[in-house]
Write a protein that binds this ligand. Structure first.
Ligand SMILES: [Ca+2]
Ligand SMILES: [Ca+2]
Length: 89
Protein backbone atom coordinates (compact mmCIF):
# COMPACT_ATOMS: atom_id res chain seq x y z
CA UNK A 1 0.00 0.00 0.00
CA UNK A 2 1.47 3.38 -0.96
CA UNK A 3 1.20 6.49 1.12
CA UNK A 4 -1.77 7.85 -0.80
CA UNK A 5 -3.93 4.82 -0.10
CA UNK A 6 -2.77 4.55 3.50
CA UNK A 7 -3.89 8.12 4.29
CA UNK A 8 -7.14 7.67 2.38
CA UNK A 9 -8.12 4.64 4.45
CA UNK A 10 -7.18 6.49 7.63
CA UNK A 11 -9.49 9.35 6.65
CA UNK A 12 -12.26 6.86 5.96
CA UNK A 13 -12.17 5.67 9.56
CA UNK A 14 -12.71 9.15 10.96
CA UNK A 15 -16.10 9.93 12.44
CA UNK A 16 -17.04 13.48 11.60
CA UNK A 17 -18.94 14.95 14.50
CA UNK A 18 -21.69 17.41 13.64
CA UNK A 19 -20.79 20.98 14.50
CA UNK A 20 -22.29 22.08 17.77
CA UNK A 21 -22.45 25.54 19.20
CA UNK A 22 -20.66 25.44 22.51
CA UNK A 23 -22.31 27.48 25.21
CA UNK A 24 -20.36 30.02 27.15
CA UNK A 25 -20.22 30.20 30.92
CA UNK A 26 -21.97 33.49 31.61
CA UNK A 27 -21.90 35.32 34.88
CA UNK A 28 -25.30 36.89 35.41
CA UNK A 29 -27.81 34.38 34.06
CA UNK A 30 -29.69 34.38 37.34
CA UNK A 31 -32.92 32.94 35.96
CA UNK A 32 -31.06 30.18 34.09
CA UNK A 33 -32.74 30.75 30.74
CA UNK A 34 -29.52 30.90 28.74
CA UNK A 35 -29.07 34.63 28.39
CA UNK A 36 -28.10 37.66 30.40
CA UNK A 37 -30.73 40.32 29.95
CA UNK A 38 -32.97 42.76 31.73
CA UNK A 39 -34.81 40.00 33.59
CA UNK A 40 -31.58 38.91 35.23
CA UNK A 41 -30.70 42.50 36.00
CA UNK A 42 -34.15 42.97 37.60
CA UNK A 43 -33.55 40.00 39.90
CA UNK A 44 -30.16 41.41 40.81
CA UNK A 45 -31.60 44.85 41.52
CA UNK A 46 -34.25 43.30 43.80
CA UNK A 47 -31.41 41.89 45.89
CA UNK A 48 -29.20 44.95 45.57
CA UNK A 49 -27.55 46.12 48.79
CA UNK A 50 -28.65 42.98 50.63
CA UNK A 51 -26.26 40.86 52.62
CA UNK A 52 -26.74 37.32 53.87
CA UNK A 53 -28.76 38.37 56.95
CA UNK A 54 -31.22 40.44 54.91
CA UNK A 55 -34.48 38.84 53.76
CA UNK A 56 -33.95 40.15 50.22
CA UNK A 57 -30.56 38.47 49.85
CA UNK A 58 -30.37 36.21 46.80
CA UNK A 59 -27.26 34.01 46.68
CA UNK A 60 -27.78 33.58 42.93
CA UNK A 61 -27.19 37.32 42.52
CA UNK A 62 -24.01 37.26 44.63
CA UNK A 63 -21.65 36.34 41.82
CA UNK A 64 -18.41 36.86 43.74
CA UNK A 65 -19.70 35.04 46.85
CA UNK A 66 -18.86 37.81 49.30
CA UNK A 67 -22.38 37.50 50.83
CA UNK A 68 -23.23 41.01 49.69
CA UNK A 69 -25.07 42.01 46.54
CA UNK A 70 -23.46 45.26 45.49
CA UNK A 71 -21.97 47.16 42.57
CA UNK A 72 -19.29 44.51 42.10
CA UNK A 73 -21.98 41.97 41.26
CA UNK A 74 -23.71 44.48 38.96
CA UNK A 75 -20.44 45.05 37.09
CA UNK A 76 -19.91 41.29 36.79
CA UNK A 77 -23.38 40.93 35.28
CA UNK A 78 -22.82 43.88 32.95
CA UNK A 79 -19.70 42.18 31.55
CA UNK A 80 -22.03 39.53 30.14
CA UNK A 81 -25.13 41.66 29.55
CA UNK A 82 -26.66 40.82 26.19
CA UNK A 83 -25.00 37.40 26.05
CA UNK A 84 -27.01 34.52 24.67
CA UNK A 85 -26.15 30.83 24.38
CA UNK A 86 -25.05 30.72 27.99
CA UNK A 87 -24.55 27.30 29.53
CA UNK A 88 -27.67 26.66 31.59
CA UNK A 89 -26.66 25.30 34.97
CA1 LIG B 1 -31.24 34.97 32.01
CA1 LIG C 1 -21.19 40.00 45.89
Amino acid sequence: MDNYHRSASWLGSLTILPFRTVGIACTGDIDHDGDVDGEDLAVLMNAYNASSSDPGFDPDADFNSDVQVDETDVLMLMDYFGSTQCIIE
